[in-house]
Design a protein around this ligand. Structure first.
Ligand code: HEM
Length: 412
């Protein structure tokens, strides 16, 4: 544990733009120091960094004061590039009316019934991957839980949701990693170039997919792309640019975050063997175990808002135009909301974590992500109860998205 004076110093020098390498491995001592000593931290660039659960919950819910529109912020960051067009056209980085129109169309295809209907195919996919890993394990003794498992699941699920043909899914993960990588607090030139190339290639692919779907529409009750193309019953349609960029966003939103939920969960169970034993004894805890993984190792650690009207946060006066970073990873370990927050407790109840944010922009895919987490983690554990580390895991090295690039394990 970091001593009090050290914690104060840690909070006092915190700047999201100059993070130490150790932060990526374990940001939680820094988060804790900030929560305790400077919970509404003014960073050198004038923006604020929030770490308390109550401040995040209120900020996410108050859409009149806090905007998701990123046009002003992203103009100098990206310039007139494909990345700028992409991010500023996605629903997540917009306020009404675009946000409302796109969200309604997406939610219409993500009903509880539609999601329950996805479970049999998901279970079959997971079992196929488990069989393939068992065969690989027999030959080599080890498997990589990210490449062989966690990354392979969301790509198929989200590919099915938009009806991307099986043989065309190959480039999706790399495009997604490149586009989301360019959302880091500091973006190197090379990362921006990769992100821009990915948006351009993705758009060109989607133009052909959309043209094919226009010619042969799917069932709008389950096919999100058909819904987005056909628009609302009222006749309101998305423009072609809005349609394409929101498809890219949807494909990205469901990939890395869910891969990280599965990877982070299987890694946490290795780090906390008593909790792994508990889950093996009581498989019925899988639902609360997934919630605890989301809280304890949130896939998405940071969110952002812009202030639209003079306000006050935790006693600090905040002017319009101020940019705010909401630290989900810190809020999810706030002792004012979670008793014994540094403890990984798969039976934790209640667990009002903010891994999916809250309010009008709360994750549209949360029920699907939870289903994927339960099926993937639950069935893996039942199949390979004695899995063990086979080398050091490799972290993704990002501040915003927390997860692993490699997680080598022995399966038995
Ligand atoms: C563990 C997995 C996931 C996590 C942790 C996660 C997290 C989040 C968070 C924090 C937001 C809010 C962003 C903000 O407003 O600042 C969000 C939005 C969103 N997510 Fe997820 N997500 C996950 C999986 C998914 C999946 C599987 C899908 C697609 C099926 C999805 C689709 C979306 C969409 C469309 C939005 C934008 C909603 C809006 O702006 O109204 N997400 N997600």
């Amino acid at each position: 544990m970091v001593a009090s004076e050290e914690a104060k110093a840690l909070a006092a020098r915190f700047d999201l733009r100059t993070l130490a390498p150790s932060f990526y491995e374990d940001p939680f001592p820094t988060y804790r120091a900030l929560r305790e000593h400077d919970p509404v931290r003014r960073m050198p660039d004038g923006s604020l960094f929030l770490t308390r659960w109550a401040d995040l919950d209120r900020t996410y819910r108050d859409t009149r004061t806090f905007s998701s529109d990123k046009r002003v912020e992203f103009a100098p960051k990206f310039g007139p590039t494909p990345l700028y067009e992409h991010h500023t056209t996605s629903l997540v980085f917009n306020d009404p009316p675009l946000h409302t129109r796109v969200r309604r169309l997406i939610m219409g295809a993500l009903t509880p019934r539609a999601i329950a209907g996805m479970e049999p195919a998901l279970t079959a996919l997971v079992d196929r991957l488990l069989d393939a890993m068992a065969a690989k394990g027999e030959q080599h003794g080890e498997a990589d839980l990210i490449e062989d498992y966690a990354a392979a699941i969301p790509i198929e699920v989200i590919g099915n949701l938009l009806g991307v043909p099986q043989g065309e899914r190959g480039p999706l993960r790399d495009w997604s990693l490149a586009i989301l990588g360019a959302l880091e607090p500091v973006v190197a030139e090379q990362a921006a170039a990769r992100g821009n190339a990915a948006v351009t290639e993705f758009l060109s692919y989607l133009r052909t997919l959309v043209a094919r779907r226009r010619a042969a529409p799917g069932d709008p009750a389950t096919d999100v792309l058909t819904r987005l193309i056909q628009g609302e019953a009222s006749g309101e349609r998305l423009t072609e640019t809005e349609l394409l960029h929101n498809c890219i966003f949807l494909l990205n939103a469901g990939h890395e975050t869910t891969t990280n939920l599965i990877g982070n969960g299987l890694e946490a169970l290795l780090r906390f063997p008593a909790e792994k034993a508990r889950l093996l004894e009581q498989p019925g805890l899988i639902g609360s175990a997934v919630e605890e993984v989301l809280r304890f190792e949130s896939s998405n650690q940071l969110g952002n808002r812009g202030v639209m009207a003079e306000t006050e946060i935790g006693g600090v006066q905040v002017a319009p135009g101020t940019l705010i970073t909401l630290c989900i990873g810190a809020a999810n370990r706030d002792p004012a909301q979670f008793p014994d927050p540094e403890r990984f407790d798969i039976g934790r109840m209640p667990n009002r974590h903010l891994a999916f944010a809250a309010g009008a922009h709360q994750c549209a895919g949360l029920a699907l992500a939870r289903l994927e987490g339960r099926v993937a983690i639950g069935r893996f554990l039942a199949r390979f109860p004695r899995y063990a580390p086979a080398g050091p895991p490799v972290r993704g090295g990002r501040a915003r998205f927390r997860g692993f690039l490699k997680l080598p394990v022995r399966l038995a």
